[in-house]
Ligand binder design. Structure first.
Ligand code: IMP
Length: 193
């Protein structure tokens, strides 16, 4: 079985990606390879951050690795929070509740509620770098709904549905999500090489 590190400790994302990748790959988290580094995400694009994270692991720990970076781009907010999605609300660290509250406040009175999630995955195998992108179009709900998922899921309604991501099952979300789509491209690539 092929070993690959996913440069994350987010258990939701690990579960999602393991579910999508199935049995053919052993996907290890940062914790599982003994990496407790606070990997910097200082680039100003999703692609830049994904590449920086994958390189960090490859260079310091030697494993083939992939890393993702995701942003929620809201048209009425000129693409914000975008690359700053994790730390949209001011303050220390990453607080999904505060981020959602700020987003809904900034969307008050906006009629155009279109938005998209975008994920970029960077894969480093040996010395080869490849990137994959997945996009999911949708709209920002007026108030949160649903218990599933994580992050901005309770306020994002994917195109073609009336439920938020947080109201979908994991399989329903994976089938249409930004990360699901980027991951399908990653898997196709891994199965081709
Ligand atoms: P990251 O790049 O995956 O760390 O994500 C950046 C920000 O987007 C964080 O605030 C995440 O909670 C949020 N995010 C990433 N993926 C999703 C998702 O599938 N649904 C909702 N929020 C997400």
């Amino acid at each position: 079985m092929r070993q690959l590190v996913f440069a994350t400790n987010n258990s939701h994302k690990l579960e999602e990606i393991r579910r999508i990748l199935g049995e053919s790959f052993a996907v290890m988290s940062l914790k599982e390879i003994g990496c407790h580094d606070d990997i910097p995400e200082n680039e100003n694009t999703l692609q830049g951050n994904a590449i920086a994270k994958a390189r960090w692991v490859k260079e310091r720990y030697g494993y083939d690795c992939f890393a993702d970076d995701t942003g929620l781009e809201v048209d009425a907010l000129d693409g914000a929070p975008g690359v700053h999605s994790a730390r949209y609300a001011p303050g220390e660290g990453h607080d999904s509740e505060a981020n959602m509250r700020l987003l809904l406040r900034n969307m008050e009175g906006k009629t155009d509620r279109t938005a998209r999630f975008r994920t970029v995955i960077a894969l480093i195998e040996g010395d080869t770098l490849t990137t994959f992108e997945g996009v999911c179009e949708g709209t920002i709900a007026v108030s949160p709904a649903g218990e599933g998922g994580f992050g901005y899921d309770p306020v994002f309604v994917p195109e073609g549905d009336s439920r938020t991501f947080a109201q979908l099952s994991a399989d329903e979300k994976n089938a249409i999500s930004h990360r699901g789509r980027a991951t399908v491209k990653l898997i196709n690539h891994l199965h081709d090489v």
